[in-house]
Design a protein around this ligand. Sequence first.
Ligand code: PBG
Length: 329
Amino acid sequence: MEYKLKNRPRRLRSSKNIRNMVRETRVSTDSLIYPFFVTDGKNIKEEISSMPGQYRWSLDRLPELLQKLRESDIKNILLFGIPNEKDEVGSSAWKENGIIQRALKLIKKEFDGFYCITDVCMCEYTSHGHCGILSGESIDNDKTLEIISKIALSHAKAGADMVAPSDMMDGRIGAIRDTLDKNSFTNIPIMSYSVKYSSGFYGPFREAADSAPAFGDRKTYQMDFHNSREALIEAKLDDIEGADILMVKPGMAYLDILTKIKEKTDKPVALYSVSGEYSMIKAGASLGYIDERSIIGESAVCMFRAGADILITYYAAEIAELIKNGEIG
Ligand code: PBG
């Protein structure tokens, strides 16, 4: 039987060489950012129970992690701080000798070559676990701007290469840009968590950072996951206010949002594949239901394919290894 098919898409899948030649998505370790937690205290390398393989690090133990990241060729890091003191206004977040500030100084002094990005938020530092200043049971947007700007400035002073505000207050990018510029940090970029949804996928992170809100939830500031046009408003506002990179968060279940934002902006777009995504893959793999390596590679590539220029992921080292071995790339 003879078929007269002119188009046979399988021709371009017939060998590894030709498949690699026609690949539409290329991934690089340069585009990865590894997030991790630094904590006050000594001799701490404590595994986060809902995120096997991820740890809280005290500064004296941090060189072990940085060494490992170097070996994996991971150059970009995102720091979260776990302070030993919390109060109503999160004042340990902008202390000159706070946990993030000390971590930055240490990394810059002893581990040259890392590009250090800091999460700018209050929830890890407030006794109530909210990302802003309370007024009764609600969050006062404009009072929070002042504090968020102060935190960003203290990070820049301590040596941050980039700041990443995640609080979702209105106007924070403009406020931070203003404060940084007034203090001669005109060249420090802002990566904004522009499109951050109120999400159950942050559960393991909140355990890791001990930052769950003591009452209520974050729905009055983080976005409602039923909405997608609203994401364009958030991204546009941040763009106008001077954000250098726009971020979408979470990742996996929000790739439609990422693609939409990418079509509308000319700025780089980052995607944050969050703690719950990591934990789901870990849990599924540990039960033997899925193959961890293949799922890590596939999901990373799919996130880039959907439009990510930058991927923030707890699996950065594993993805780097897959790229190096030619399993993805
Ligand atoms: C701080 C912050 C959170 C995450 C990043 N920055 C938690 C939250 O908003 O509750 C989540 C990251 C993750 O889940 O991996 N506001």
